[in-house]
Design a protein around this ligand. Structure first.
Ligand SMILES: *Cc1c(COP(=O)(O)O)cnc(C)c1O
Length: 392
């Protein structure tokens, strides 16, 4: 007989998923009800307005896709890109590369604007591509590149795109809840996120929001959306207008309870307070690492507080460090991806996991693990440096 599965208790400080608030875990275990039950529909309407708050948007088409962040990405691309469309994709890490894949699988042409990994998207280069491709329909980019920890300037890039008559698709998977995302103020046309990063809900749901211009472009399509599941016109028969719900697919009921609870917690704290908390804990972690002698990959003005990419010191086996952190401290941190594999650690301070206890635990554990390996670090100073930030 196979026994029940009981996961170990971890502290999740990788690139996602992040730790769940116990209130969110409790919400998951509430009784499952029908997805057309009037009480469930009432909760869905609340999820919609809570997401509008999180996205800072009045967009009527704001709802959670029943699949992970990657499906949120796919939902934006399959609905907006028709065969033959030209899309300018700015890539400065792993996730921009996935946008290119999406464009091509939709039968579109991706014009790539490449920036160095660890740098933000360069608006100058994006403008050159917009000038050189007057027939482009969409400009797509990632706000918070989780593979490197760099943040790009959404407001500037959206303004540019609109000046050249392009729609915008923005990846806010890691941004939402951790750093400002202002969909209406910035004029973003289509945006997607995920639940398991700074919203601290379980993985597997993708909040999306579409503005009027994007909805008009979808309504003007000449071809059918190639994905049945993600076709917005069909999904909205379930998530659309108040009261009238038609069966499209069975919503992940309990996961949506959890998302609802996570968004209620976010609203209680307030977006500005959540952003400030992420910034403070990042400053404390940073002070600790710098005191230790470790350096950050991303230049200061573009650093994400929720995703800290730290260079691995010379001669240190980064995988051994991660495995010691996990085995000895039950603490998960992330590895580098792609060209950064082996060279960096990615330390998340996302959502519920962005707190003083985790910062001090991580610094103390890194100090002990790196010290025991004889790594070239300043020992015994990191925790004090972080505490000085909290005391200031
Ligand atoms: C995590 C992430 C995704 C994908 O989300 P999943 O839930 O893993 O599918 C997409 N974009 C960015 C920037 C991410 O960090």
């Amino acid at each position: 007989m196979t026994a029940s599965f009981y996961p170990p208790e971890r502290t999740l400080m990788g690139p996602g998923p992040s730790d769940l608030n116990p209130r969110v875990l409790a919400a998951l275990s509430r009784p499952t009800i029908g997805h057309l039950d009037p009480e469930f529909i009432r909760m869905m309407d609340e999820v919609k307005s809570l997401l509008q708050y999180a996205f800072q948007s009045k967009n009527a088409v704001t709802f959670p896709v029943s699949a992970p962040g990657s499906a949120g990405m796919e939902c934006c691309f399959v609905n907006l890109v028709e065969p033959g469309d030209k899309v300018i994709v700015c890539q400065n890490g792993v996730f921009g590369g996935r946008m290119k894949e999406n464009v091509e699988r939709c039968g579109g042409t991706a014009i790539m604007v490449l920036d160095e990994w660890g740098a933000p998207v360069d608006p100058g280069k994006a403008e050159d591509a917009l000038k050189a491709n007057p027939d482009a329909k969409i400009l797509a980019f990632v706000q918070a590149e989780t593979s490197t920890g760099a943040e790009s300037d959404v407001k500037t890039l959206v303004e540019l795109a609109h000046r050249y008559d392009c729609l915008t698709i923005v990846d806010a998977v890691t941004a939402l809840g951790g750093t400002p995302v202002k969909v209406d103020e910035w004029g973003v046309d289509a945006i997607y996120s995920g639940t398991q990063k700074c919203l601290s809900a379980p993985p597997g749901i993708a909040p999306v929001s579409f503005g009027d211009r994007a909805v008009d472009a979808i309504k003007a399509r000449k071809t059918k959306v190639q994905s049945w599941f993600l076709d917005l016109q069909l999904v909205l028969s379930y998530w659309g207008g108040e009261g009238k719900r038609a069966y499209h697919h069975t919503a992940p009921i309990n996961q949506l309870y959890a998302l609802h609870e996570a968004l209620v917690i976010l609203q209680e704290e307030g977006l500005e307070a959540a952003w400030a908390r992420h910034a403070l804990n990042h400053q404390a972690l940073r002070a600790g690492f710098e005191a230790m002698g470790l350096s950050f990959v991303v230049a200061e003005p573009y650093r994400l507080p929720q995703l800290n990419a730290v260079s691995v010191p010379e001669g240190v086996d980064e995988a051994k460090v991660r495995s010691a952190m996990l085995c000895e401290y039950s603490l998960e941190i992330g590895a580098g991806l792609g060209t950064m594999a082996g060279k960096i650690w990615r330390i998340g301070l996302m959502g519920h996991a962005s707190n003083q206890r985790n910062v001090l635990l991580c610094l103390g554990a890194m100090d002990a693990v790196l010290g025991s390996m004889g790594a070239p670090i300043e020992r015994g100073v990191a925790v004090a440096a972080a505490n000085a930030v909290y005391a200031a």
